[in-house]
Design a protein around this ligand. Structure first.
Ligand SMILES: *Cc1c(COP(=O)(O)O)cnc(C)c1O
Length: 372
């Protein structure tokens, strides 16, 4: 048995001992070792990573910064905040930089929640919300979903006197559902000002132009809004860990107090500065993703499978015995994501790949389904 865990676990508070660890997508190296395959033959479509790789401008910027690694990073993130300010029409004081946007979600919980408070999120929402709340020992309130999407009316009605945060993703992962911005705007206007609304826009770049997020224009009206965005998805920098949040300066200031002084590393900031300006790469990512979503949806329809129309870079498909199909795909070297932990035991979530990836996945899926 694991002695360290047995002996020291009881010293941790109850809320920490009850945490069910986040289970990430299965890594390529581990899969290759287990199956005796070459890493190059493994296809990972499990963690919503960018199938095009990273922004080439970001990679060039990293190469140019390698001689600077003996210095600590700029803990204030001056350059990145300057670029973000210019692009979003906000000021540097509106921003919080994070070691991935997960960090932003945790900073919000750490800055605003105590064990006497409660926080709200939707069923089928990103697992990190529940983990961040539980790490504090706050109470969590899970709101039933509506057609796999967020039920904003039920959420607003669930606010209690002890509620301090509402976590909300748009589009949501793992369902890919999108809530129209006007509804979210009315929702925030309705929620008491003492409740922080943390709006997670990890997949915002993939939205079509007419659905682009307007939330940077809302800060003046909603001093209780925190928006988080990431460089992990459309910008292709998941391995570097960099994301950011924007909020009213007073909220950003409080969140900045509880972060580690050097929470974002130097290469991550240098890469983020370049990636954010790499319009060509973002456009290509959006184009490849839209085509891939259509390809996968058409494949599912051909196979007679139900899927949830997605606004992200992934799609949840109902395959029935998801555990069996997942294993069968894995044996062919195709890694997807089971989402039983998200309350969806009959679905698998697959990340959109390049056309050949999607084709290989669909062919493997067809074989797996036929092997009933
Ligand atoms: C991928 C994802 C993130 C981004 O996480 P990072 O820490 O920025 O890599 C945040 N929220 C949701 C809903 C996601 O799916």
């Amino acid at each position: 048995m694991n002695d360290a865990r047995e002996d020291r676990g009881p010293l941790a508070p109850e809320n920490v001992r009850r945490i069910a660890p986040y289970i990430p997508g299965k890594p390529i190296g581990e899969t290759a070792r287990e199956l005796g395959l070459r890493e190059a033959d493994i296809l990972k479509m499990a963690s919503n990573e960018n199938p095009l790789g990273s922004s080439p401008r970001a990679l060039a910027a990293i190469r140019g910064a390698l001689e600077e690694l003996h210095y600590y990073p700029d803990g204030g993130g001056y350059d990145l905040k300057a670029i973000l300010s210019r692009r979003l029409g906000l000021g540097p004081a509106n921003f919080i930089l994070g070691n991935g946007s997960n960090d932003i979600l945790e900073l919000a919980a750490r800055a605003f929640l105590t064990s006497a408070d409660s926080a709200i999120y939707s069923r089928h929402a990103f697992m990190v919300y529940a983990l961040a709340i539980q790490a504090i020992g706050a109470k969590h309130i899970e709101i039933p979903a509506k057609d796999y999407g967020t039920d904003l009316d039920a959420m607003a009605a669930a606010v209690r006197p002890d509620t301090k945060i509402i976590f909300l993703a748009n589009p949501n992962n793992p369902t890919g559902t999108f809530t129209p911005w006007a509804g979210i705007e009315r929702f925030i206007a309705r929620v008491p000002r003492r409740v922080l609304v943390v709006l997670d826009e990890a997949y915002g770049e993939y939205l079509p132009d007419h659905l682009k997020s307007p939330t940077q224009g809302w800060l003046g009206r909603f001093p209780n809004l925190v928006v988080s965005r990431t460089l992990s998805k459309a910008f292709g920098l998941a391995g570097l860990r960099v994301g950011f949040g924007f909020a009213d300066p007073a909220v950003a200031e409080v969140m900045n107090r509880v972060r580690q002084p050097f929470n974002v590393n130097h290469l991550a900031m240098v890469a983020a500065c370049a990636a954010i300006e790499d319009e060509a790469f973002i456009e290509e990512s959006r184009r490849v993703n839209a085509a891939g979503l259509a390809q996968l949806a058409a494949g599912f329809t051909r196979l007679g499978l139900e899927y949830i129309p997605s606004f992200g870079n992934f799609i949840a498909v109902r395959v029935g015995d998801a555990g069996r199909i997942y294993d069968a795909l894995l044996r062919e070297g195709v890694i997807v994501r089971p989402i039983a932990g998200y309350g969806m035991p009959e679905h698998l979530r697959v990340t959109v790949g390049l056309p050949a990836h999607n084709e290989r996945f669909l062919a493997a899926l067809e074989r797996a389904l036929a092997r009933k």
